[in-house]
Structures are given as structure tokens and as C-alpha cells.
Ligand binder design. Structure first.
Ligand SMILES: Cc1cc2nc3c(=O)[nH]c(=O)nc-3n(C[C@H](O)[C@H](O)[C@H](O)COP(=O)(O)OP(=O)(O)OC[C@H]3O[C@@H](n4cnc5c(N)ncnc54)[C@H](O)[C@@H]3O)c2cc1C
Length: 460
């Protein structure tokens, strides 16, 4: 008999929820995590006078949310982040700022809605925006430069939200469903890592879970499963160690599955699952966090680039023109976070620290204009979600092909059954969730679903 009932691969939100649920149900669980920490795409780091989040930052919605509920049940004090921002222009002036604010608010509302046809978010917002201008600001409609500037700005804002490479690749009729309640609840100075302490029962010096073994720094390289129903699943790790159990829950990201599903599974995955892996898009969103002696800003900042100013950027600095936001943090009083995405995000990940730091300070100074002198940062942290071999991107999004494949995320999440119909390889992770993909609560729900499948199908 194997020493474990289940092996969980990966200890992000999906894996920690699955492992915690099974262990609390009395199952003997082995969790194998390639990184040196649990959390995956949740990564809380000390910075400035508190903590910052290099991955997930907010609990998106409260009712119903596994994440929000656990925080409240454990008396963790949460705060609602103010998401209002001041608009700054790349020419350092305050020209049109009130108008820009009005138009941004209008487009933000449009983005919340579904289109009546399968078109991209880019096409949908452009259409509605032009209608709005025709009705409310007809003189601006013929100002091609203004329209181009504004739509390019909105394109970046959408990508910062969806983690997409371009808003013309995101469907305007996605299946994503928002949860009721505030969309930007922060773990404050506790950090999102607290969620993992709660899941794994180490919060407030908790003892952990007696039937859960966790092995960090343990990269799984192959999962061999008995399709004919005889024997156990054999999981092999980078160092050659092997572990066995009747079943395994795989929670690695869609980016990791895209890169290595062919070498990871034996026998290979079925065609429909490979199609799902190839069809769903993995996006990229990165953060650059700067700390300062003290805050010189008053609230979040939106950076409105003019096309003219972007054109003037030297070739090697073009990526700066794709940064359009800096947000304050609830976990510190003296850091700000700049957001990058897509191709420019990939490029920034490869640039030396000093180059990024110098250039983002230059960028901030440009937008602040003559009134504020941006001081030198005391530190910088940045995420590298694309280069990270254990994430290969930030989170998935619904591209234009998705409406033709309404069940494709379910296909990605469906278990592999042996000849007796017993689930042997189960899948969880944000990308397997049709309505809450791209979130921590979605990832957690998927882990819970996989664990319950095993608890309910088990004869024990
Ligand atoms: C910059 C950024 C901002 C975000 N903001 C928010 C937000 O504000 N709110 C929100 O709800 N969500 C947000 N998200 C999304 C959220 O972080 C993810 O949806 C969620 O954390 C994914 O959890 P997961 O368990 O599916 O995957 P992961 O967290 O990726 O967990 C998978 C785990 O598997 C491990 N692994 C990979 N390969 C192997 C291997 N071969 N062997 C062993 N282990 C392996 C990884 O190291 C990882 O720990 C954000 C994400 C990013 C990157």
C-alpha cells in the first residue's frame, strides 16, 4: 500500500486548498512544490515599511468567496483599497485631465458589460467610445490624434487587468463572473501569504496538518499513471526521487502545462486536453515596486502617454510607453507599484535592475512635471512571472476563440480516469475555472473541487 492517499503537485492556491481539504478529511497527503515556498502566484515580500505583493494583491469580491470567508473567520483585519487615481500626462501638463477622467470612467463601465456580439474588447470599447463622443463631445470625434491616444491608453489599462498582450485578443463576451462585494479587498500588512498559513494551519503558530507532508524545492518531472487500473500513480522528481499514491492532483499553471505537458505525463494527455492547453491564452502581468523614504504621492496614478511622446522614446526605451499605471499599496506607506504587461513585460524581465530602476524614476519624473522632484528610491523589487519556469506567465484570459469552445476550461480541469472509471490524475488551477479564472478564489475553488471529487469517490 502506498504511504499516501494523494499526491498534490504545486502549492499555490489550488494545491494548498486541495491538500488542506484532503488532510482535514483525514487523508494522507504529500504536496510536492518546486519552489522554496508555498503560494505560487501569490508572493508577499517585505519592502519599504511593510509588505508588498508581487503576485495577487486583492480579494476580488466577497460573497461568496472562499478566500474572503477564511480571512473573516480567522479575524484577519482586511482593508478596502481606494482605487481612484489622478491622471498625469506625458508632457507634464494637466491639459484635458478632467475630460480624460470622464472618458476613462465611461470606458471602465463599458468594459464591465458584455457585448451583444463576439468581438474583441478593443472593438467593443472603440465602438461605444466613438458613439459616446458623437453624442457628448462631437468636436473630438474628428480629432484623430486624440482618439488614437485615448484608445491606446485604454488598451494598456485593459491589458493591465486581463494580463492580455493586446485588447484585440480578448473576447467581449467572456464567461467571467464577478462576485458581489468590494472588488479590491487587501490583506493589508498581513500580506496575502496569510491565506496560505490559514489553509495549511500554520497561522498564529498553528501546528500544520498532521497527515500532510510538504516537500519544497521538489520539482516534479514526470507523472506516470496506470490507465489499465493496476497499481499506483508514480511521480518522479528532478533529483530522481519517486513517490506513489492511488491518485495525483496536478495544479501547475497553464504556462507550465503549455511548455511541458508532453514530457510531464505518461501516457500522454488525451487530444481534447492538449487542445484546451493550446487554445486557452496565458497572459503576462508584472509589477515593479519602488520604495522611498516617504510617500511623495497622494494616491494612485494613471499615466497618459501621447502618441507623439511615445514616438520620441529611443528604440531601447519603447517599453516605457507601455507603462500607464502606478498604484499605492495597503501593506506599506512608502512604496508604489508600476504595472507592466505582455511583450514589454517580457522584455523588462530581461533588463538589468539598474536600468529598470533608472528608467522608471525617469518615467515618474516626466509625468510629475515641474511641481514634484521624484526622489531616489531606497529599493526596488520586481516580478518575473514569465521567466519563472514554474509559472511561465501570470494568469489566463478568454481570447477570441473561447466563445466557440464554451466547455474548454472544464475539459482542462477534467480528471483522467483509469479503465475502471476511477480518477487517477486530477487537474486544478485558475485556468480550469470557467467563471472565476485568473483569480485566487477561482484557483482555490478548483482545488476544493478536485479534493471533493476524491473524498466523495473514496471508499474509505
Ligand atoms: C501580477 C499578478 C497579479 C494578480 N493579481 C490578482 C489579484 O489581485 N487577485 C486575484 O484574485 N488574483 C490575482 N492574480 C491571479 C492569482 O495569483 C492566480 O490566479 C492564482 O494565484 C493561481 O493559483 P494556482 O494554484 O492556480 O497556480 P499557482 O499559484 O501557479 O500554483 C502552482 C504551483 O505549482 C508549482 N509548480 C509548477 N511546476 C511544478 C513542478 N514541475 N513541480 C512541482 N511544483 C510545480 C509552482 O511553483 C506553484 O507554486 C494575480 C496574478 C499575478 C501574477
Amino acid at each position: 500500500m502506498a504511504a499516501y492517499d494523494t499526491i498534490v503537485v504545486g502549492l499555490g492556491a489550488a494545491g494548498a486548498t486541495a491538500a488542506g481539504t484532503l488532510a482535514r478529511g483525514g487523508r494522507r497527503v504529500l504536496a510536492l512544490e518546486a519552489a522554496a515556498r508555498a503560494g505560487g502566484r501569490v508572493r508577499t515580500e517585505r519592502c519599504g515599511d511593510g509588505v508588498v505583493e508581487l503576485g495577487a494583491e486583492w480579494i476580488h469580491g466577497q460573497r461568496p468567496s472562499r478566500v474572503y470567508d477564511l480571512a473573516v473567520q480567522n479575524n484577519v483585519s482586511l482593508v478596502i483599497q481606494d482605487v481612484a487615481y489622478d491622471v498625469f500626462r506625458s508632457d507634464g501638463t494637466k491639459r484635458d485631465v478632467k475630460l480624460l477622467d470622464e472618458l476613462m470612467m465611461y470606458c471602465a463601465n463599458v468594459i464591465e458589460q458584455d457585448s451583444d456580439r463576439n468581438e474583441s474588447v478593443g472593438a467593443f470599447v472603440t465602438r461605444k467610445f466613438k458613439d459616446y463622443l458623437a453624442e457628448n463631445h462631437p468636436n473630438l470625434l474628428s480629432d484623430e490624434e486624440f482618439v488614437e491616444n485615448f484608445l491606446e491608453f485604454m488598451n494598456i489599462m485593459v491589458n493591465n487587468y486581463e494580463a492580455s498582450y493586446d485588447w484585440n485578443d480578448v473576447t467581449a463576451i467572456s464567461d467571467y463572473e464577478q462576485i458581489d462585494g468590494d472588488l479590491h479587498t487587501s490583506w493589508h500588512r498581513h500580506g496575502y501569504k496569510t491565506y496560505f498559513e490559514i489553509l495549511l494551519n500554520t497561522y498564529n503558530n498553528g501546528p500544520g496538518l498532521p497527515t500532510l507532508d510538504i516537500k519544497l524545492n521538489t520539482e516534479v518531472t514526470s507523472i506516470s499513471w496506470p490507465r489499465d487500473g493496476t497499481g499506483d500513480v508514480v511521480v518522479t522528481c528532478r533529483g530522481g526521487e519517486q513517490y506513489t499514491a492511488p491518485n495525483v492532483i496536478v495544479t501547475v499553471s497553464l504556462g507550465v502545462l503549455k511548455e511541458r505537458h508532453a514530457s510531464l505525463f505518461s501516457p500522454p494527455l488525451p487530444e481534447d486536453k492538449i487542445e484546451a492547453i493550446n487554445t486557452i491564452s496565458m497572459g503576462l502581468l508584472d509589477k515593479i515596486v519602488l520604495s522611498f523614504d516617504k510617500a511623495w504621492w497622494s494616491r494612485n496614478m494613471a499615466f497618459y502617454w501621447t502618441v507623439e511622446d511615445k514616438k520620441k522614446l529611443p528604440e531601447e526605451d519603447k517599453w516605457m510607453g507601455q507603462i500607464a499605471e502606478a498604484s499605492t499599496s495597503c501593506g506599506t506607506s512608502n512604496t508604489i507599484t508600476l504595472w507592466t504587461y505582455g511583450e514589454s513585460g517580457k522584455l523588462i524581465e530581461t533588463l538589468p535592475e539598474e536600468v529598470v530602476k533608472t528608467k522608471v524614476v525617469e518615467l515618474l519624473q516626466r509625468f510629475m512635471g515641474a511641481n514634484i522632484t521624484v526622489p531616489q528610491p531606497t529599493g526596488m523589487l520586481r516580478s518575473t512571472w514569465y521567466s519563472d519556469p514554474f509559472t511561465r506567465g501570470s494568469y489566463s484570459y478568454d481570447n477570441l476563440q473561447m466563445p466557440q469552445h464554451p466547455h474548454i476550461r472544464e475539459t482542462l480541469g477534467s480528471p483522467l480516469l483509469d479503465s475502471a472509471g476511477t480518477p487517477r490524475v486530477l487537474f486544478a488551477g485558475e485556468a480550469t475555472e470557467r467563471t472565476h479564472y485568473g483569480t485566487v478564489h477561482g484557483a482555490s475553488d478548483s482545488g476544493y473541487r478536485a479534493a471533493m471529487t476524491l473524498l466523495q469517490s473514496s471508499k474509505i
